[in-house]
Design a protein around this ligand. Structure first.
Ligand SMILES: Cc1cc2nc3c(=O)[nH]c(=O)nc-3n(C[C@H](O)[C@H](O)[C@H](O)COP(=O)(O)OP(=O)(O)OC[C@H]3O[C@@H](n4cnc5c(N)ncnc54)[C@H](O)[C@@H]3O)c2cc1C
Length: 401
């Protein structure tokens, strides 16, 4: 495996870092103190300028107006953009749109791509993904209470969803619904349907309050109700019964995006930790950085970030060569490893800042509030830990379930 950076990768890193420094980091104090809504119009201007870099929607092919980057190139870009809470948003690489674009590109019909993918890649609209339900454990996504029934040339959807990230302002939702609830194979019961949010019967009940933040627009998580929302048959994404498979597939490259973003957060947190440690003096001439405990945090963080990055790049490299199915174990490993690294590094940075870390004068508290969920979304860590352990132990004779 070759980890050497190509000239193109170096160019991407430099371009993204310079753009964030000039256009995005200066907006962060307002974002952190006043919320996403306060900076949304300014971010809209930055998104226009980001388009001129050629890295807007960088994960999409050029024929759809994207940047045409490889997964490894994208991994590097994702790390750079992760250094700001809105870096991905400015470059139209934010969840859940990035994953929805991948899904539409891989499985959308020609008509679906024209109607939904093109404007998404252009950043003209946003979308959301409604799978999780408050009444059923999301860790077992084969259990879906939302049902879509056929009525002539339409699907009629009834159900209750929550944690639909960015549903506020989304032009359409991709909805996971049971289309064959009686099917004996639980993996074939559900399908994905595209639901424009102006469809009668689609209701954004409201944005959930998450760790004290209700958020708005892209930076929110919605509760959604489908009250008999009716969409044409051709809004089925992929084949009937493919919902579970496609939702799993969506998570493969998506995991690389999340993990590299988390590594970007770690790098920024470690940078803030080190700056604070050398500035803050316990006594004249005795900075925090002279304390062995702080030095240990610095060295351990560096080692953990380095290890996490290599793991993610390795997983991306394997996905590129052999596909997401072959890299299943690597994809599961990086999920819980990087989510935990993120939490440890952020915690050390917060601790080093003392009371300042609790304020909104640095992005640390924002990330603490918004990224604790990294161990829960995209599949709770325990689900991935269990799948890796079972796979290993099956090689030693543990019976498959
Ligand atoms: C910030 C955020 C954004 C999200 N965005 C979206 C979105 O855009 N669209 C969407 O559809 N969903 C979204 N989700 C929902 C997310 O996918 C679910 O929260 C996740 O799948 C876990 O499901 P659950 O919350 O029902 O937890 P449960 O399934 O109830 O699990 C609770 C806990 O049980 C433990 N557990 C579960 N399984 C096992 C096991 N096998 N072994 C041991 N312990 C286990 C874990 O610790 C887990 O955290 C989001 C969630 C969050 C927090």
């Amino acid at each position: 495996m070759d980890f050497s950076e190509t000239p193109r990768m170096r160019e991407i890193h430099a371009l993204a870092r310079e753009f964030l420094a000039r256009e995005v980091h200066p907006l962060e104090p307002r974002l952190l103190h006043e919320g996403f809504g306060a900076v949304e119009p300014l971010l809209a201007e930055r998104r226009v300028r980001a388009k001129q870099t050629g890295l807007f929607s960088a994960h999409m092919p050029e024929e759809y107006g994207g940047g045409g980057l490889s997964l490894l190139e994208l991994a590097g870009l994702g790390e750079e953009l992760g250094r700001s809470p809105v870096g991905h948003y400015v470059f139209n690489l934010q969840a859940p749109d990035a994953g929805n674009m991948e899904l539409l590109l891989a499985h959308g019909s020609a008509e679906q791509r024209e109607r939904f993918l093109r404007p998404l890649v252009a950043g003209e609209i946003r979308s959301c993904f409604t799978m999780s339900e408050p009444e059923l454990a999301g860790s077992n996504p084969t259990r879906i209470a939302t049902v879509a029934t056929r009525d002539g040339a339409a699907w009629v959807i009834r159900g209750h969803k929550w944690f639909a990230s960015s549903a506020d302002g989304a032009a359409f939702a991709i909805c996971m619904a049971a289309t064959a609830p009686e099917e004996t194979d639980p993996h074939r019961r559900a399908s994905l349907l595209i639901v424009p949010t102006d469809t009668p019967g689609f209701e954004l009940v409201g944005n959930l309050s998450v760790m004290g933040h209700r958020g708005s627009g892209w930076a929110s998580h919605g509760e959604v109700a489908y009250h008999g929302a009716r969409v044409p048959r051709e809004n089925l994404l992929g084949e009937e019964g493919d919902g579970f498979r496609l939702a799993q597939e969506r998570l493969g490259p998506g995991r690389i995006h999340h993990c590299m973003r988390w590594i970007g957060i770690c790098e920024r947190a470690l940078d803030l930790l080190c700056r604070r440690a050398v500035e803050r003096e316990l006594a004249p001439g005795r900075p925090l950085a002279a304390q062995q405990m702080v030095q240990q945090w610095v060295a351990e963080s560096r080692a953990e970030i380095h290890g996490a990055r290599l793991m993610v790049l390795h997983a991306a490299w394997r996905i590129e060569r052999e596909g997401a199915a072959a890299a299943r174990e690597e994809i599961a490993l990086i999920k819980f490893t990087v989510a935990r690294t993120l939490q440890r590094v952020l915690d050390r940075a917060l601790q080093t800042h003392g009371a300042l870390g609790m304020t909104d004068d640095t992005p640390l508290a924002w990330w603490w509030a918004h990224e604790r969920a990294a161990r829960i979304y995209d599949g709770a860590d325990e689900v991935h830990i269990e799948s890796v352990a079972r796979r290993i132990l099956r090689g030693y004779g543990l019976a498959a379930r």
